[in-house]
Design a protein around this ligand. Structure first.
Ligand code: ATP
Ligand code: MN
Length: 466
């Protein structure tokens, strides 16, 4: 098609001078007719939030043909002249010389009419919702963030590693696993009353990965600096605004990093990402700032401009115990921090991003490095205002004996971790890493409240349509 050299709407809108013979390809958001015999089309092609206004003279031969089909939602090809706009609200507009409708959208049936639609309703039409301002803006920001993630690590010499999606290791404690099987569920083969996985596709029980960390560590013990960025699955039945059954996680793993280095990297990472979107997604962020959260830009700039607070878990507990807040869950040393506790500390006590580190050994997975006190491990969580946890990470146990003891103490089977243990037998190195939930990042940056609205096709309990 001849579109090869044509400009997208974002570029057309940015032109300073008139231009003859431009080509516009996109979807009509609205149409307004004037008494003077003109139609004004607002056309969007997803390249930016703004629409391009097209002025169509009713005398045009091609208008007579397309008139009836030119309604909200139709897809058009317009040829014309780009000119400085006479009207208010836009700098440039196109005076059409030819209008062609590729695909009409019956106004009686098209679900996205020009009116307010709730995000809940839009989820029911996930195949059409990308054509709305909000979802379009979310996806552009999402793209920019993923690009920035790769840039951040690439600049620092990290290797992008693709870890398997089907796995036999469950990265203990991370969450419930989805099972992967080709066995006939109606009559699975059994021995001694138990399912015989020897007859399954892989000859053993397999599931969808809950984290690429263990495999990431393997490559960090050779390439020093790696990161994964891929789909992650958790069959946890938590119907919250911050949990998906399928989400994307970024997991850097670094040899020769201790917990402090790990926290430094996490902070630098978030600063970099926020700054990048502030610099490159201005129009979309301003839209979110007006429509979704009036404090969004202020919050993002504040995060970029300030160091994160860092406190040990014990101090977090101390602060919670002496607070006069009425928590649903009570606090004592050894307990898991609930979202309400995290939010209190971030929003009321420190009023900025917070890292909590050195958690009790008993509530953390086996692979985290034990501190000298024998009671705590070198874990860290990064908490953001409103959202809560965005990153969880740790220094990893690099001593063979200690790791073996913890595997046994947690009643795990060492045989299943033989290759992971081998990393501690051959050329073990101090190392650390963390996991950042990509959708939580997009949520925070856009201010969108529900995580289901920042991923193209959300998967949550009882929802896997589209
Ligand atoms: P949470 O306590 O919030 O459920 P977690 O402690 O189970 O999270 P980790 O195992 O530490 O999470 O995973 C690392 C990161 O992955 C989390 O900090 C979070 O940003 C993200 N994450 C975890 N579970 C989910 C999920 N179900 N949906 C979306 N993101 C998630
Ligand atoms: Mn966590």
């Amino acid at each position: 098609m001849e579109k090869k050299n044509s400009l997208r709407i974002k570029e057309l809108l940015a032109q300073q001078e008139a231009r003859p013979d431009v080509l516009v390809l996109g979807w009509v958001r609205t149409r307004r007719d004037s008494k003077g015999g003109f139609s004004f089309l607002e056309v969007n092609d997803g390249s930016c939030l703004k629409n391009l206004q097209i002025v169509v003279d009713h005398q045009l031969e091609s208008f007579k043909e397309s008139d009836k089909k030119l309604t909200t939602g139709c897809c058009v090809r317009v040829r014309g002249h780009l000119e400085k706009s006479q009207g208010k609200g836009q700098a440039m507009e196109v005076q059409a010389t030819e209008v062609h409708v590729y695909g009409p959208a019956d106004p009686e049936k098209y679900p996205l009419q020009k009116k307010f639609h709730s995000l809940e309703y839009l989820r029911e039409i996930s195949h059409l919702r990308p054509r709305t301002n909000t979802i379009g803006a979310v996806m552009r920001v999402r793209h920019r963030l993923s690009y920035a993630i790769h840039r951040f690590f690439n600049q620092r010499g990290f290797v992008y590693l693709q870890t398997p999606i089907i796995t036999t290791s469950d990265c203990e404690g991370a969450g419930e696993m989805f099972q992967v099987t080709t066995l006939d569920l109606a009559k699975p083969p059994k021995v001694d009353g138990k399912i015989d996985y020897k007859q399954d596709f892989f000859g053993q029980r397999t599931g969808l990965t809950v984290s690429g960390q263990l495999e990431g560590e393997v490559y960090a013990m050779a390439l020093s600096l790696i990161y994964t960025f891929g789909p992650t699955f958790r069959a946890e039945n938590s119907n919250t605004s911050r949990h998906l059954a399928e989400f994307w996680m970024v997991e850097p793993e670094m040899a020769f990093y201790d917990l402090d280095d790990n926290m430094d990297l996490a902070e630098e990472f978030i600063h970099f990402l926020f700054k990048d979107v502030l610099d490159h997604c201005q129009e979309d962020l301003e839209f979110f700032n007006t429509r979704i959260d009036k404090k969004l830009l202020e919050t993002l700039s504040q995060v970029v401009d300030h160091r994160f607070e860092r406190i040990p878990y014990s101090e977090a507990i101390h602060l919670l115990e002496k607070s006069s807040e009425n928590f649903v869950y009570s606090v004592e040393w050894g307990c898991n921090l609930q979202a309400e506790h995290e939010r209190y500390l971030v929003e009321k006590v420190f009023k900025k991003p917070l890292m909590i580190y050195n958690y009790p050994e008993s509530i953390k997975p086996f692979y985290m490095k034990t501190n000298e006190d024998g009671e705590t491990v070198r874990a860290m969580d990064v908490l953001l205002p409103r959202l809560g946890e965005i990153i969880g990470g740790s220094q990893r146990e690099d001593d063979y004996e200690t790791l073996m003891q913890r595997i046994q103490a947690k009643e795990l089977n060492p045989d299943e971790y033989w290759w992971y243990l081998d990393l501690r037998r051959f050329g073990s190195a101090p190392h650390s890493g963390f996991g950042l939930g990509f959708e939580r990042l997009v949520q925070f940056v856009t201010g969108v409240e529900n995580i289901r609205d920042v991923i193209p096709f959300p998967r949550t309990p009882k929802h896997a349509g589209f």
